[in-house]
Design a protein around this ligand. Sequence first.
Ligand code: NIG
Ligand code: FE
Length: 404
Amino acid sequence: MPVLTNIGFLATCKEEGGQGEIHPIKNAAVAWEDDTISWVGREADLPSQYYNEDVFDADGKMVVPGLVDCHTHLAFGGWRPDEFAMRVQGKSYLDIANAGGGILSTVKETRRATEDELYKKASGFLKEMAELGVTTVECKSGYGLSVEDELKTLRVYKRLAEDQPMHIVPTFLGAHTIPPEYKDDRQAYIDLVIEDMIPEVAERELAEFCDIFTEESAFNIEESRRILTAAKAAGLTPKLHADQLTSCGGAELAAEVGAASADHLEKISDEGIAAMAKAGVVGVTLPLASLYTQEDPLNCRKLVDRGVEVAVATDFNPGSAPSYDLPLAMMLTCNQGRLSPTEVLKGTTIYAAKAIKRERKVGSIEKGKSADFAIIDAPDPDFWMYHYKGAQCLRSFRKGRKLF
Ligand code: NIG
Ligand code: FE
């Protein structure tokens, strides 16, 4: 039975105890059998049966649960560096979208790409994410916006889940924006999402969640409610891109429909925060998107202080967040979101797992959980997020096997 010993600081990240409580154990060891953790504790208490030939040495470093990136748009065609250059010179994300850029320009490229091309590109991203200590990735569709192209993207995720070592959690985001061929008949596109896409996705078991971009410029509250209610009836759990650019009641709707998470939230209202806290909806903060769209500072401090569990993710996509560097998002959440490093760590482990309903399987180092860990070149979370640098992850394991 394999065992990881000589762990200077083990952040178990058990769920109990609130945002900042990571339940650390100093001088720890972890053992596992096949893909499942079988023992966690102080190394001095490690039962003798675990001293065998299968010993990995953490060299006194910190070990954390394999990180969970609970919000990405992983598979897409093309890139949009031109828009980045325009934004830093003062054009807004919405101006660019209204001029035909933004999401629609990626839709064009994604429709043009073959399934194999999307697969190859996305699997390259996953390899690099693994080197950062990430072991679970939620992946959204939403750049196809036709039955065929949405299914093509979700099939890429299905193949990735089968063929490569990361845990993949697929989300259907057909309601990302209205595609050009429906621009004069948005109702018909909404009907297509509800009557064709959702049933196909659910029947083929290509996604577990249904996300939506709830925004004045995308889908309003009424439309979002209709789509998410249909998704729920088909067995998909709702998620929302909510209150990113304007405060339009997205967080309140997330609470009403029992969403697993509401994400972005730069413009969330006080009522929205209270509703999410009451309904137990996880708030996902996306600091890279806030930074790249030059939006207001993150609201995560307020959310935590008012009883919302906050997860932190990259939002990796070619427009508003063209980086999958989760540790960078973590450092930014400290500096710009005013969460402490331990609060942030909880947000990329067990709370991120909750945002994708995987908290029984991943996100903490506990007996019975998937043996997913990352060895970090730091003595504790404060030092890790303070001394931000590349290559902080020295080694990672997923399902008990070396991932990186
Ligand atoms: O999460 N807000 C909507 N969707 C994405 C951006 C997608 C894009 O710009 O391509 C987001 O920020
Ligand atoms: Fe997003």
